[in-house]
Every structure is written in C-alpha cells, then in structure tokens.
Write a protein that binds this ligand. Sequence first.
Ligand code: ATP
Ligand code: ATP
Ligand code: MG
Ligand code: MG
Ligand code: MG
Ligand code: MG
Length: 245
Amino acid sequence: MAKSRYEYVKLFEQADQCLRNCWIVVRLDGRCFHKFSSQHRFKKPNDDRALNLMNHCGKAVMKEFPDIILGYGQSDEFSFIFKKSCNLFGRRASKLMTNVTSLFSSSYVFYWKNYFNDILQYPPTFDGRVVLYPSDKNLRDYLSWRQADCHINNLYNTSFWALVQQGQYSLPDAEKKLCGTDSGDKNELLFSQFQINYDKEPAIFRKGSILLWKENVVRKRKDVVVEHVDIIGDNFWTGNSQLLS
Ligand code: ATP
Ligand code: ATP
Ligand code: MG
Ligand code: MG
Ligand code: MG
Ligand code: MG
C-alpha cells in the first residue's frame, strides 16, 4: 500500500522488545477478585471450581503459545514463563502480555459454564505485566516467591475460615485471633481446635498449580499436564532438567 501523509504517526510508537537471552515472565492477576469471588459465591477459603477454571485457561494459553515452558497458577493469578530464545512477536513485551492476558480472559468467560452452574454476572478483568529474568537463579527465585506467597496466604485463609465457619468467630474476631501469629501457631491452632492437619489439605490449595509440557506416550505428542508439587527445592528442577537446559 502507498504511504499516506499520516503514516509518520507510527514513529511515535515505542520499541519494547524484551532483552535477548532473558527469561520472559508474563504474570496476570484478576482485578478486584475479592469482590468477584464473593459475588459469584466462591467457596472459602478455596473454590476448587475457580482454580480448575484458571488451570483450564492456563492450558489454553500454553497450547496457543508453545514457547511457554511453564505456567504457575494460584488464587486469581497466573505466571507464564517463555523460553529464553523465544522470538514470538519479535519479543515485543506489549504484544506478548496483551495476547496472553486477553486469551486468558476470553477463555475464562468461554469455559466458565464448564465449571460453574451459576451464570457469570459481569465480564472479569485481568491485568498483565512482563518481567525479565537474566539468570536461572532469578527465575527459580521468582517462582519460589510466588509459591511461598501461595503457602502463606493459604495457611492464613485456612485458619481464618476455620475460625469463622467452624469456630463461629465473627470476621473481625477471626482477624484479631490471627494477628501476630506465625506459621507454627496457625498449624497448632488448626490441629488443636479444628482437627485439621494442614499438611493433609489438598496440594492444589497448598502448592498452587504447575503446568508443563510432558510427552503423552499414548497419543505420541506433547500435552500440558498439571501438577501440585514443591518447586522451591531442587527435586522438581532435577526431575525436569529440560526446563532450564
Ligand atoms: P487486585 O485488583 O488488586 O488484584 P483482588 O481483590 O483481586 O485485588 P488479590 O490480592 O488479587 O486481590 O486476591 C484475590 C482474591 O480473590 C483473594 O483474596 C480471594 O478473596 C479471591 N479468590 C481468588 N481465587 C479464589 C478461589 N479459588 N477461591 C476463593 N477465593 C478466591
Ligand atoms: P494480526 O494478528 O497480525 O493482527 P490479522 O489477521 O488480525 O493479523 P489485521 O491486519 O489485524 O490482520 O486485519 C484484520 C483482518 O480481519 C482483516 O484483514 C479482515 O480480513 C478481517 N476483519 C476484521 N474485521 C472484519 C469485519 N468487520 N468484516 C470482515 N472482515 C473483518
Ligand atoms: Mg493486589
Ligand atoms: Mg487480583
Ligand atoms: Mg491475586
Ligand atoms: Mg489483527
């Protein structure tokens, strides 16, 4: 097409290519999901339907963008790790982030009915960001940070909702009861007052969800599988040495 006299406006666009040789992480997070979860009557502290829907959307994103080697989901957030050599969209950060986030959001709406009987009351929003990590250690520390966050929040929420749902505490009283407690105190409280062994709670709640490509021997192709395992220690990384190679 011939150039028009207006074409110069394109020069105002800013280059945002991700630095070469870095891990590209796209993290998205639901906007005001505190409200969204209560309006849609999510089970507290953890609605497994919502977590499974998030994982379904995470899989949809990975299948569309096979340069993603790993996904990690917890609560209303998902992180996607693009391989260092990724050249999708010329590594343009805004292209990567918006394509991932919008496919995730539309999938959330599209697959909602597969997980919830109640209708979706309004369109959910997810924000997105891109972070670059230059070393494998930085990437592992990033994922450890998210999984530690999942653990800390889940231990708190499990204790909080046990006090409310089984201990008949009011919301402010439950908050007061937990104020200043460490993780040992919360484990002890769950066990002695509610006979809950925190370590026996479902792993999807305690560890979050790890999505990765595994060879499907029967179908002779790679599939995205979901695991709920520790990714902070070395075991996961030695068992999945292809990830960082
Ligand atoms: P922001 O817009 O800043 O992200 P937010 O309300 O989404 O605000 P978050 O810190 O992202 O706040 O927390 C998400 C909230 O969504 C949780 O605190 C929890 O109340 C709710 N939530 C998300 N997933 C679930 C789930 N599977 N089961 C129950 N509640 C959930
Ligand atoms: P990219 O992913 O690079 O954006 P694209 O296929 O979306 O690729 P665009 O340059 O964005 O390419 O063009 C959008 C195309 O979508 C148009 O060329 C046209 O074929 C089709 N399209 C969009 N809106 C309409 C419409 N209202 N009616 C018919 N065709 C449409
Ligand atoms: Mg927040
Ligand atoms: Mg949120
Ligand atoms: Mg969140
Ligand atoms: Mg287009």
